[in-house]
Design a protein around this ligand. Structure first.
Ligand code: WT7
Length: 635
């Protein structure tokens, strides 16, 4: 893995220039050296952002698991591929070598086949952060089944919606999960979801918490006995470069989540390339990303990117606060973690705790620190830099999205000088543009605009499952011939980018991407609710929290508002999950609307954020009187 392993700033600029001037040559070189191809490509890239249609490495054939597993067996078979650190520190951690991973993935792949899963079938994976999660993902990829991992914190109706949208034939789950001191009845949630899903005919159940669960005859099977009897070799399916590898749902501006489709070759090439450069992984390092595999960060930088590099990747089942707030630091000391990748919300939560929790542990193994998921504020950046990195480990503030598949804008450690709150420079092959509201590209420095990408990159999502029109409208219609990210950003005098936050109706809460529309839909399900509007407001740990404005059908004085608030949050928990609960709910008699009937969220955001000195232009409001009422009663 030597091609384009960038070690200095000048080298970065040289590689970057080449990647822009000769993108096809550049990506072909990256793809040429690192991977096992069954057949090389005929054409590196064809693209049309109008349709939109993007194809990378067309004509190539491969299997990603041969690159993530088989390829390392000869040279690195006894190296740890996965270190599993359980929720309870008293339970032993598990070390899975590449050999063992190979056997377990192959056995699992054979189980899938025996259950009737074939290439192109969709398999929903709803599992906690246990080894079976990574293994089932890889087993799907081994046989060409398309995995759709649903974060195991989503509710049964959110799960059902995702299963139905992509017609998953099978669900892989566990009896339950541990989360700090709590246990969660995952199988119960699956059972409830499947009442609404006729497409799913089989359920494989991993044993984790040994709870007494219901097994539905003819549908549900315990996983372990099947694995015990399965052969440990399974020929990898030959996949075309553009065959779908997985679907991963992300929220958007309507109630239906978007099933982002990632394909095989481009995704593999780019996640491997970015992992190597952004984390500067070296052969004996232990790398730890604290995300859940249920999110894109886990797909790309717990599973595929690290394993494609033959790295040792740590999977953590637990939470940062259990059994106490020192857990992350304890795990770093215990496994001598070299690269640590986490989210600003976790950093802010831990920075609030006593520094003794940090200082008890030896963090000297750390070399690179990463941040992802939302803008990292200056205070959190410094706390991370001073107390965790001891000012020696560069912080890589990595900007990217579910849709981009891999990291897009980030420092390269030891090459790019870091600057707090700046994601800094685009990685090779990535061509950002800042646009104004009228669709004009902003040139130069110190500008604030909407972040677009003007040239394809290999790991971009190719479509939204079953809805290509929505893909086009969401990402390729706002700006001609450009991919629109939905984020605002500014560029400083040396060309560094700082991501300022979403400019659409998506709110990032504790690093989770939440569309306001699905939450409003849930709130409106309450029989007493006539209408609602949800906005974000700044929160010192979560980054943003949710503020709901709710109009009731009848505004009787006698109503128990606190009870209503509880009921509304209960509905949200059932429809989406606890992460989408509202921190504040204000009942109001009206919502500010334009003459065309659109809610003016800008005003609601200002009121929720206690920033009412200048509400901006309100001349197009149909009902300005309600603004005063809302301001008077603001929470
Ligand atoms: C949105 C994508 C891909 C990682 C996990 C989130 C925000 C992500 C940063 C960063 C500022 C960031 C953006 C982006 N975001 N990383 N380093 N600095 N903002 O994936 O759920 O698809 O969310 O997260 O707003 O659009 P996601």
């Amino acid at each position: 893995m030597s091609n384009y392993h960038i070690k200095g700033l000048e080298e970065y600029y040289n590689v970057y220039r080449k990647s822009v001037n000769k993108p096809e040559e550049f990506w072909a070189e990256v793809a040429d050296e690192h991977f096992v191809w069954r057949k090389k490509w005929d054409n590196v890239l064809s693209w049309d952002f109008e349709k939109p249609e993007v194809k990378w490495f067309e004509g190539a054939q491969l299997n990603i698991t041969e690159n993530c597993i088989d390829r390392h067996l000869l040279t690195n078979g006894d190296k740890n591929a996965i270190i599993f650190e359980p929720n309870d520190p008293k339970e032993a951690s598990e070390h899975i070598t590449y050999h063992q991973l190979s056997e377990r993935v192959n056995a699992f792949a054979n189980v899938l086949k025996a259950e009737g899963i074939t290439k192109g079938d969709r398999v929903c994976i709803y599992l906690p952060m246990i080894p079976e999660l990574a293994i089932s993902v890889l087993a799907c990829a081994r046989i060409g089944a398309i995995h759709s991992v649903v974060f195991a914190g989503f509710s049964s109706s959110a799960l059902a919606m995702r299963i139905n949208d992509s017609n998953c034939k099978m669900v892989i789950t566990s009896d339950g999960s541990y989360r700090g001191a709590k246990t969660i009845d995952l199988k119960g949630i699956v059972d409830e979801a499947l009442e609404e899903c006729s497409c799913t005919t089989s359920v494989l159940v991993a044993k984790r918490i040994n709870s007494d669960i219901n097994m539905k005859e003819g549908r549900d099977k315990w996983l372990q006995p099947l694995l015990d009897h399965a052969p440990k070799q399974c020929k990898a399916e030959t996949m075309d470069a553009e065959d779908p590898l997985f679907i991963l749902y992300t929220s958007g501006s309507t109630g239906m989540p978007k099933g982002m489709v990632h394909t095989t070759a481009g995704y593999m090439v780019n996640t491997a390339f970015t992992f190597k450069n952004v984390f500067q992984y070296q052969n004996d390092d232990v790398y730890w990303c604290t995300a859940d595999i249920g999110w894109i960060t886990g797909h790309s930088y717990i599973v595929y990117g690290p394993l494609a590099n033959g790295a040792t990747t740590l999977m953590f089942e637990g939470v940062p606060s259990y059994p106490d707030f020192g857990r992350f630091w304890e795990v770093i000391e215990k496994h001598k973690v070299n690269q640590f990748y986490t989210a600003p919300t976790a950093i802010r939560a831990l920075a609030k705790e006593n520094l003794d929790f940090v200082e008890k542990y030896d963090l000297s193994s750390l070399k690179v620190l990463g941040s992802v998921g939302e803008p990292i504020n200056e205070e959190a950046w410094h706390w991370y830099n001073d107390n965790i990195g001891k000012k020696k480990s560069p912080i890589v503030d990595t900007w990217w999205q579910t849709e981009t598949g891999g990291i897009m804008i980030s420092p390269i450690p030891f090459a790019t000088p870091t600057k707090p709150t700046y994601a800094t420079l685009p990685l090779p092959g990535i061509q950002p543009a800042l646009m104004d509201e009228n669709g004009k590209e902003l040139e130069g420095n110190q500008v604030d605009g909407r972040l677009c990408i003007k040239f394809p990159w290999p790991s971009m999502a190719r479509t939204i499952w079953g809805n290509h029109q929505r893909y086009k409208e969401t990402y390729f219609s706002a700006y001609e011939n450009k991919y629109f990210t939905g984020d605002g950003a500014l560029r400083d005098e040396v060309g560094y980018y700082r991501i300022t936050g979403r400019v659409d109706d998506v709110i990032i809460v504790s690093g989770h991407n939440l569309g306001t529309a699905p939450i409003e839909d849930a709130v409106n399900e309450h029989p007493a609710v006539a209408e609602s509007a949800i906005v974000g407001f700044p929160h010192d740990v979560k980054g943003n929290a949710l503020y709901g404005y709710v109009i009731l059908k009848e505004t009787g004085e006698g109503r128990d508002h606190d009870n209503l608030r509880k009921e509304i949050n209960q509905i949200i928990t059932e429809h989406i999950g606890p992460i989408a609960k509202l921190d504040k709910i204000q009942f109001t008699s009206g919502l500010p609307k334009t003459r065309s009937g659109k809610i003016m969220r800008r005003i609601l955001r200002k009121i929720a954020g206690k920033d009412t000195s200048n509400l901006g232009d309100t001349s197009t409001l149909l009902n300005p009187e309600c603004v005063e009422e809302i301001m008077k009663n603001a929470l």
